[in-house]
Each structure stands twice: as C-alpha cells, then as structure tokens.
Design a protein around this ligand. Sequence first.
Ligand SMILES: [Zn+2]
Length: 319
Amino acid sequence: MPLLTSLLPITFPVRRAAAEPTPAPGPVCVASFDIEEHHRIEAAARVTVPEAVKAEYAGRMERVTRDLLGRLAAAGVKATFFVVGEIARTHPHLVRDIHAAGHEVGSHSWDHRRVHTFTPAAFRDDLRRSKEALEDVTGAAVVGFRAPTFSVVRQTGWAVDVLAECGIEYDSSVFPVRHDRYGVPGAPRGPFRAAGHDREILELPLLTYRAAGYSLPVAGGGYFRLFPPAVMRAGIRQAAAAPGPAVAMLYFHPWEFDPDQPRLPLGRLARWRTYVGMRRTTARLDALLSAYTFTRAADAARGIRAAGAELPRYSLVAA
Ligand SMILES: [Zn+2]
C-alpha cells in the first residue's frame, strides 16, 4: 500500500477549472527548485551511469535551469533554488546567475546523499561543505536547507540539531505523508517548529492535500505531472484555509522540464514515476506562476518570525 500512495488514483473532491485559475486569495506560495543533474535521483541510486551520460545530464541541467530563470523573470516571480553544493564547483556561473536574478540559493547537500547515510558528524561536514561552496560563489548566506529525497524523517530527526547548529534558519525537507521513500505521516501540514534532541528549527513542510483520510503529496513530482492542476490548487486552497501562517511549498526539478533527455535504465514502476507527464510540466508551471503570489522561502520564514505567530512544536526524535 505505501508503495503506491504517492500516486494513488483517489477520487478527488475537486473540480477541474474550465479556464485558467483565478488569482487566489491566500497563502503565499513558494516555488522551490531542487537543482541536481538527473542521474542523482534516488531511483537511480544503484544504476551505473556512464561519464558521457552524466556530462549530458549536467549540460541539460544548466540549459533547463536557465530556461526556468527566464520563465520566472517573465512572471515576475522570485523563487528558492536548493542547489547541490558540488554544482557550485562545476557550474559557478549558473549558481551566481540564480542569485543575481534575485532568487534565493539554499543548500541541497553536497552531493545528494540521503541523510540516512550519515552520522551526525559526517552530516555536519557535508552541510558545511555545501553551504560554504554556495556562499563562496554568491557572496550571500545560505539560510535554507532541503534534504535529498526529503530524507529528514523520524529516523534522521537528529539532523534538526545539526541544521540549527550550522546557522540554517529554516528547513524544508519534511513531507507529512506516508510514502515508501520518505515522509513523516504525523507531522503538521503547515509551518511548525521541528524539534531534534536539543534544538529546534522552523520547518516549512511540502504541500499536501487531505482527502478521504489520506494526506497526498501534491507539492510537485508525479502529482504535478500526472494529475489535473486542480489537485495542486486544492492543496493550495487548504493551506490558505488552515489556521496559522499559510505557506504552500511547491517543488520542481530541472529534469522534470526536459522530456527529450536520455532515459535512465530504471525498473518499471520507477520509470513510470520518474517520467510520467513530462510534456505537460512547462505549460503547467507557467500557469501556476501567473495564478498565485510567490515569495522566496527565506522571506516566508522571516515573515513568520516577524509576525510572532505561535507555531505548533513537533518532535522528530520522540519515540
Ligand atoms: Zn534532489
């Protein structure tokens, strides 16, 4: 069951909009982009990818990211880019240009390993390495973190202590859903104080939609590519209606906007989940960007702090 909950064909109590969505009152949306080459995805963790193919994915990652920068500029949207630290070394101009366009550059780890693979000390080194590499090229502090494959979960709740110690102001790695690869099913669906052993951090969880007793991960990925746009919009409406500060955290990857890229040799389910709906994504992103109000995650985090709103506290390490 958990294997398929990420893409279950549940009947949604939402209607397809006839035309473009009307600008919604409501929550602030954050468009976040996880910047990594396609071969780094978790589904390909055990696939050996030839160097020439990696080089091709790196070139496509840069091209698509630059195209996304153009679309964001056209829509007047400032976004948050969680960038793999190594990319600051291999593509310093790209990272500099993201920052120069007014977007936020956050950390997406050094080389896209899940938090589960680290001890706390090794995770600290990885985080610092990525933070410093990104800061070196942009000259701006990195204050936000997104774990590869949303791997801040109960088992890795100690990561909160490390993130807070290293000067990270907010984390956006918790997906409050039940899923085979990630998820903290009981976590709050809106901004909350994530507690580790000794410290806390502001958590901006990924957008979910609650229907028929399930929390569905509608923030991006297969839900964005496969299901009608009304599904994500319904999640955004629920976020707006929830008590407390409303932030609808959305996520995308450059490779999701590149339908003609060479396919990785994945198993059947992984292949479907990875490549479904890719020809729709660019038009869908443009429609989203023009329909809602967007802000950078760091600004949303600062706004929440400035408003002094009471946030729920949720321990990721409690038994
Ligand atoms: Zn990633």
